[in-house]
Design a protein around this ligand. Sequence first.
Ligand code: GUN
Length: 311
Amino acid sequence: MTARRLDGTAWAARLRAELEPRVERFTDLHGRPPGLAVVLAGSNPASEIYVRNKIATVAQHGCRGELFRLPGTASVDEALALVERLNQDDDFDGILVQSPLPEGMGEDAEQRVFDAVDPAKDVDGFHPVNVGRLVQKRPALVACTPLGCAELLDREGIPLRGKHAVVIGRSDIVGKPMALLLLHRDATVTICHSRTVDLPAVCRTADVLVAAIGRPGFVTADFVKPGATVIDVGINRLADEAEVQRLFPEGSAKRRQFAEKGSVLIGDVHPDVEAVAGALTPVPGGVGPLTIAMVLRNTVTAAELRARAPI
Ligand code: GUN
């Protein structure tokens, strides 16, 4: 069997296009477009790319997207002051502080800064108010990556009611909100993590398996029940030739790409899974574009909600 490819790029284009009438209506009604402020502290190369994509996407679809940079040496107080200024700025409906923050800001910096974002502008869905609303199944703004995965499963018509969904990874950004979105679709949900006993055996019972661990090619074919749907959230850049040779067969497209560019992208799912799964998201071109589409959707949703009443 070769898994059906779940085309995140195509779905993302459609989801973004569906938002355009909402952007137009908001802009006509309020005399300004929905606005997103993105905060980037430091210059993590992966974050630079994500942030550029997020701003370009909202701008392409008629919204205002603006980048606010802080130096890598900035203190957590500087980040908090910037967030406070953006909270007060009525032209911005959404605020997104790109993670990770520089290590120098301290261990609890991320939590403090995310907590400081006005919940009504929290397009990442990281604020405790928005997490609580999701837990209680009355979501307003939900974390973009799991929201994109859920949208993909819905649009592809992949059944979830009564099915066993296994999420590998318990992060606040992906694993936990993903589990809740699956639960709210009536799946029976298991969250696995680094302490789970016999992880492959648990995963093999999954009808839908979501891999969000951040370890290249970690989910091998023995984790997957034949015919299962596999969602690969990982985006890992491999620059090590031995590792590329271990993971990809000679003559494969990824080997050719590596020879040309010196690195390749791989998810958390091993290439061998394609022969076992029923459906699979590719990397790149799977979950990544859907995350960006959900940043746009949450920006529009935040603008509409703020225009009506505070969350
Ligand atoms: N870093 C990796 N993923 C995300 C995300 O979804 N939001 C933010 N703010 N930072 C991230």
